[in-house]
Write a protein that binds this ligand. Structure first.
Ligand code: ZN
Ligand code: ZN
Length: 408
């Protein structure tokens, strides 16, 4: 599910509704384009609907949307998750945001918002453990490895006020029977919210040209000086990229991350090592131990099953085609999965091709994968009626599924 966010154009103040995944905002009124930067994660809030003036307390919830992969005896199990949970442990407040987020629009938290904002005291990892434990009751044991690959991690504040009891300031109803006398929400750590988002102009920092990208793009491209930019805390930063160029008609480019990493616990440095670990039906050729191994993962969202299959196929293919530092002059699919999440997926990527899984899954817990460098690579696909096909690397992506992925 995708939240909707009420917003005002930073340039002209016109109201707008953003999707949760929107990064590139173009105002319908003043036509100005701006790009949304976040400090660490997005902080959203529900508005109070209570008419009288109340001293509002904003209670925080971690919200995770993404995939959970688990390696068990019978293979890799996956789940799509969309859940929220208290970021402050308290028996007085509802344990999750519940379903209200589907019906109500959110706002960005800004430093001007009046109210007392409780500080999260449970880390996101604590909460992820709670989510995982809940799901794990239905999984066969032992679980050899588990990774969550999040497309969204955010903090959602919900308003409450105290009038003898704790009242939900959206429903205007008490949420719990009277708290004990020593309960004082204002003594919980908190205060004014700080500035966490920022809009920057979508002009190329190098040449001043208009950057291009789709509304949910995590990177922007400059056609003028052939550069690619990603958001960082306060600015757009230049990013290394390359393309495998194909001068054919009907070509559609999809973004992938190529990641070089140090793998400890097993030997996986070269193509020869990969052939052994994946138990590929190939005789190892001379020179294959000189060919460096690299992980490849998708730089866009798809359903967990496809994410796993495509990542495995391209990593097994180890593309060696000529990489050019040039943006393709064709349609390009936006980067919607950040490098940080691609890195989180490397152990699952490895688990997806190691064979036999029976012998190798138990050693997964001794393996650490440390990323060293990464590159964004645009790979050409041929457009067919129902799918995009990249036959060299054995990749097929269903068009429908790609269209639906923007709602994941
Ligand atoms: Zn505007
Ligand atoms: Zn430029």
């Amino acid at each position: 599910m995708n939240f909707l966010i009420e917003h005002q154009c930073p340039q002209c103040g016109a109201p707008a509704i953003l999707k949760e995944t929107d990064r590139l905002f173009s105002c319908e009124y003043c036509r100005v384009k701006s790009y949304l930067l976040q400090k660490d994660y997005f902080r959203y809030m529900f508005q109070s609907t209570v008419e009288e003036e109340k001293n509002l307390i904003f209670f925080p919830y971690w919200r995770f949307k993404g995939m959970l992969f688990s390696c068990v005896d019978s293979g890799i199990k996956h789940r799509f998750m969309d859940a929220s949970h208290q970021a402050v442990e308290s028996r007085y407040f509802p344990v999750s945001v519940g379903l209200r987020s589907q019906a109500l629009k959110l706002n960005f938290v800004t430093p001007e918002t009046a109210g007392y904002f409780l500080k999260p005291t449970l880390s996101f990892d604590n909460v992820m453990e709670i989510f995982a434990n809940r799901l794990n009751t239905s999984l066969p044991k032992p679980i050899f490895h588990q990774s969550h690959i999040g497309e969204t991690l955010s903090l959602i504040y919900s308003p409450f006020y105290i009038d003898g009891k704790i009242y939900d300031a959206i429903l205007n109803k008490p949420v719990t029977p009277s708290p004990s006398n020593d309960f004082d929400a204002m003594r919980l750590p908190g205060g004014r919210p700080d500035k966490s988002i920022q809009f920057v102009p979508t002009l190329c920092p190098a040449c001043g040209w208009d950057l291009i990208g789709q509304r949910d793009s995590l990177v922007l491209r400059c056609k003028n000086c052939n550069s690619v930019w990603r958001p960082s805390r306060n600015e757009l930063k230049r990013m290394n990229f390359a393309s495998i160029l194909e001068r054919e008609k009907n070509v559609f480019y999809l973004p992938f991350w190529r990641i070089r990493a140090e793998v400890s616990g097993i030997t996986l440095n070269s193509y020869a090592d990969l052939v052994k670990i994946a138990n590929l039906p190939k005789a190892i050729q001379k020179g294959w131990d000189e060919v460096k191994f690299r992980f490849w993962t998708l730089a866009f969202k798809v359903r967990p099953q496809s994410f796993l299959r495509l990542g495995r196929n391209i990593t097994l293919s180890q593309p060696q085609k000529k990489l050019e530092k040039e943006l393709p002059d064709a349609r390009i699919y936006p980067v919607t999965l950040p490098i940080s999440e691609a890195i989180e997926s490397l152990t699952i990527n490895l688990a997806s091709f190691m064979k036999p899984q029976k012998d190798l899954f138990p050693i997964l817990q001794d393996i650490t994968i440390t990323p060293i460098s990464y590159l964004l690579v645009y790979i050409p696909f041929v457009e067919k009626h129902h799918e995009f096909i990249q036959s060299d690397f054995h990749l097929t992506i269903n068009k429908n599924q790609l269209a639906l992925a923007s709602n994941l």
